[in-house]
Design a protein around this ligand. Structure first.
Ligand code: PEP
Ligand code: MG
Length: 314
C-alpha cells in the first residue's frame, strides 16, 4: 500500500498547469493523524469534533478537549475544525434534542443546538484558542448547519470573542448556498458539506438506504448550489473548500475545481487518486468538465459528460 501511495506522489495538490488545490483530510481526532499524513494530506479540512464527545453523558473538560485539539494542530500546518455538530445522524448522549421533535434532521441540531447550550460552544472555542497558542499552525474554525446571516454573524462574533481569527461557515443548507454572497460578507471562509446539502436539496434523509440515489453528488441540482457558493466566495476573495463525500471522487474533484472550489477535503484513503486526477488535467479541462456536468439533466449524464472532458480517468 505504501508503494502505491508513493507512485502517485504525496506532493501538494495542483492541476497539470500548476493551479494549486490544497488536498486535505477529514478526521475525527488524533487517532486519524497517521493515516492522513501517510496519504500526503497537506492539512486537515474537516476535523469532526463530535467523535471526542461520543458515548459520554457529560461534555469532555476543556483541558481534555485542548489536549486532543493540540495533538492535531501539532501534526499539520493547516487545520479546519468544525464545532460540535450534534443531532440527527450524529446523536450525542449528553446533548439530546428536544424529545418532541418529529423530524430531527430539520430540528435543533448543529449550530442551532448551541443556542440552548451556549456554554458548550464557548467552552469548545476557548479550548481551541488555547490549543493553538504558541503554534505556527493556521487554525480555522467553522460552524455546521448554518442557515442565514444572523447565524453567521453570531458564530463569527463568538469566535472573535474567544480570540480566534478565522471563522467560517459550512454551506450545507440550500438557503445558505442561495444567499452565499450575504454570508461571504460576514464569514472568513466557506466549506461546502455536500452530504447534507444533498439531503436538504432533495428532501431525502441521508440515512435511509432506499433514498441513497439522492445522495449522489453528481446530481446537477447539487452542482447548481455549489457553483454560486464558489462564485460568491471568489468574488469576496475568500476560500471555498468542499469537505463532503463529493471531494473524494477523482473526476468530481476536477469538476469542483472547475467550479471555483479552492480546496478539497476527504477521507485520507481517497487522497492519492484525487491528487493523480488533478495532476493529469489542466484548470481549463476542469472548467470544461464543470460546464459539461452543469449541462446534464441527471447524475449519470453529468458523470459521462464531465469524463469526456477528462481523458485518462478510469
Ligand atoms: C457534509 O454534510 O457534507 C459534511 C461534510 O459533514 P457531515 O457528513 O459530517 O455531516
Ligand atoms: Mg454535514
Amino acid at each position: 500500500a505504501r508503494a502505491a501511495a508513493l507512485d502517485v506522489g504525496t506532493g501538494p495538490g495542483a492541476t497539470a498547469d500548476g493551479h494549486r488545490v490544497p488536498l486535505l483530510a477529514n478526521i475525527g481526532g488524533p487517532k486519524d493523524i497517521e493515516a492522513a499524513l501517510s496519504c500526503g494530506a497537506e492539512g486537515v479540512g474537516l476535523f469532526r469534533t463530535e467523535f471526542l464527545f461520543l458515548g459520554r453523558t457529560t461534555a469532555p473538560s476543556e483541558e481534555e478537549q485542548e489536549a486532543a485539539y493540540r495533538a492535531v494542530l501539532e501534526a499539520f500546518p493547516h487545520v479546519v475544525v468544525r464545532t460540535l455538530d450534534a443531532g440527527a445522524d450524529k446523536p450525542l448522549a449528553f446533548l439530546p434534542p428536544p424529545d418532541d421533535e418529529p423530524n430531527p434532521a430539520l430540528g435543533e441540531r448543529g449550530l442551532r443546538l448551541m443556542h440552548s447550550h451556549p456554554g458548550v460552544l464557548t467552552g469548545q472555542l476557548r479550548a481551541l484558542a488555547r490549543a493553538a497558542a504558541g503554534l505556527d499552525t493556521e487554525l480555522r474554525v467553522m460552524a455546521p448547519m448554518v442557515a442565514d446571516v444572523a447565524e453567521t454573524r453570531s458564530f463569527v462574533a463568538a469566535c472573535r470573542a474567544a480570540g480566534l481569527s478565522s471563522a467560517g461557515v459550512m454551506i450545507e443548507i440550500p438557503a445558505a448556498a442561495l444567499r452565499a454572497a450575504d454570508l461571504a460578507a460576514e464569514a472568513d471562509f466557506f466549506s461546502l458539506g455536500t452530504n447534507d446539502l444533498a439531503q436538504y436539496a432533495f428532501a431525502a434523509d441521508r440515512q435511509i438506504s432506499g433514498l441513497a440515489r439522492f445522495q449522489d453528488p453528481w446530481q446537477p441540482a447539487l452542482l447548481d448550489l455549489v457553483a454560486p457558493a464558489a462564485r460568491a466566495a471568489t468574488a469576496a476573495g475568500k476560500d471555498c473548500g468542499v469537505c463532503g463525500e463529493a471531494a473524494g471522487d477523482p473526476a468530481l474533484a476536477c469538476v469542483l475545481t472547475g467550479l471555483g472550489v479552492t480546496s478539497l477535503s476527504m477521507s485520507a484513503r481517497s487522497l492519492p487518486r484525487v491528487r493523480a486526477a488533478l495532476a493529469a488535467h489542466t484548470l481549463d479541462q476542469c472548467r470544461r468538465a464543470a460546464e459539461a456536468a452543469l449541462r446534464a439533466t441527471d447524475a449519470d449524464g453529468a458523470r459521462t459528460g464531465a469524463r469526456a472532458e477528462l481523458p485518462g480517468l478510469e
